[in-house]
Design a protein. Sequence first.
Lengths: 226, 209
Amino acid sequence: MSTSALQAARLILARDLRLALRKRGQFVQPLAFFAIVTTLFPLSISPDLARLREIASGVLWVAALLASLLALEFLFRDDAHDGTLEQYALSGQSLTWLVFAKTTAHWLLTGVPLALMAPLAGMSLGVPYAALPGIIVPIALGTLVLSLIGAIGAALTLGVRRSGVLLTLLTLPLAVPVLIFGAQATDLAIRGASFAAPLYLLSAMAVLGVTLAPLAASAAVRISLE
Amino acid sequence: MVRRSIQAERIELWRGERHVLAGIDLEVGAGEMLQVTGANGSGKTSLLRTLCGLMHLEDGRLLWGGRSVYEDLPAFHSQLVYLGHAPPLKADLTARENLHYWVGIRRSLGAADITAALERVGAAAWGEQPARTLSAGQKRRVALAGVILFAAPLWLLDEPATNLDGEGQRLVGTLIDEQLQCGGVVIVAVHQDLPVRSAEPRRLELSAA
């Protein structure tokens, strides 16, 4: 009996999550990076919470952006190396759909843990409790967009050895709007204002990313297999 | 039911400045096997990758069951299994998990199917071991279990017997024999003839461009 598209996506998710559990180092690395960067700021600037609160949204977002860029390199690399991507392309399933499933797994393994860690980092930067949803929600959404944009970059650089720098250069310009609106949302939340407007923009970007990025990424994967 | 035969007419493939496939013609029907031979770098792998639709040919036609494979690539892909020279196994998953995720994306598998396939290739003893602990020959056997599990009519195998011991090479021959008896189509890239009994293997010799 042939596998349905939904089952195939579930298999890919389960497989990538299981692999991440077996290879914890790779998955902990961006989180550790995020924790280090955000804790170094109070040490280097000032322990004064009022001053830290001023820069908290910027610190959190720059750290989250760089941490998720750090994780991108692993998105397709191992699978390209051992021929798994080739088998995906020959599976008879839509490669776009499978790439979307892989990107979702990547977000679950980097974006979601980052969004859950960010409130802790926020509190060490003097962010009030009431503003914590203004950190979790925009970062969760923003990292989803970053994973989707990053999937295109990661797929395009599959043929390049030591692709880290090129991947960052490709992805960064597209990631800047996420940084701007995400940091704005968090900043508004810290000031106690409504952060709905930038959040809507982030959501719009997420919708655009979900619809277009897997198409572009799967086309790039196909080219890399030729 | 699609007529099981693959046909290539004057296919041409360039890689940069290299003319890798220069007007290759072939036709392999149900129960037939084609052995592709040639020196290293003569384009055996490129030919197999072109036949499975991973590489796009620049000129010529590629037909499966009399119809161009490019009309419906996903449907064509679900009729074939391609095994490259490296087995597509994840080092951190066990042999059994590897098969579950690899083949499962196309066909729903039960645990019993995987057990049966592992036993068939003599890999039952190390089914629960992570692939990283397996030797190259053991990995090759697990990959062969995957090939059986796909139950696809068209097999495209790139050096399926590398790293295998004498008994393993006979196993490859037997598996191909069984596939041919079920009316399957087999194309293999090889350096040495495989011990296949049921059909007189046809040969295609590629010369280095």
